[in-house]
Ligand binder design. Structure first.
Ligand code: ZN
Length: 149
């Protein structure tokens, strides 16, 4: 059985279950994890066992005009999130559509920060994703809380 592996300085920013892959009649049993370094897609079977794990380094997500290329698209009559990578695209869906906006926002921010060699952290007051250089003190974009990166 496959197991998740994290790199030394890797930490989780967002994780969620009930994800589904690019397929006509997908089981909605997969899981995804966004870390400060990777987008990790975990293929699970009906019994919750891991079938496969795909690690997508955030640095592989294309950046155009200072924006990470993460978008929505329709396929098989469902809404998917599309990560535009250097050589291909990766699609996945989330059973609860409302969560797609949070994921899109998070991946865009973390991928851009990673392309600028910034560190990402969540505000301990409101949970928003903020980024900056190591040891820098920044003000949260949403609640004005002071955060040390
Ligand atoms: Zn905040």
């Amino acid at each position: 059985m496959k197991e998740l592996e994290f790199e030394e300085d890797e930490y989780v920013i967002l994780s969620q279950d009930k994800m589904f892959p690019d397929s006509i009649l997908p089981l909605k049993t997969d899981e995804a994890i966004l870390t400060n370094m990777n987008f990790i897609y975990i293929y699970k079977n009906l019994f919750g066992s891991i079938e496969d794990i795909k690690y997508i380094p955030l640095k592989d997500i294309q950046i155009r005009k200072k924006e990470a290329c993460v978008s929505f698209c329709k396929k098989h009559g469902m809404l998917y999130m599309q990560l535009s990578l250097i050589k291909s695209n990766f699609l996945f869906g989330i059973d609860y559509t409302g969560d797609m906006f949070e994921w899109k926002y998070a991946i865009k921010n973390v991928a851009l920060a990673s392309s600028e060699d910034k560190r990402v952290t969540r505000c301990d007051s409101c949970g928003a994703i903020n980024s900056g250089y190591e040891d820098q003190i920044i003000t949260c974009k949403f609640c004005q809380n002071q955060i040390k990166i």
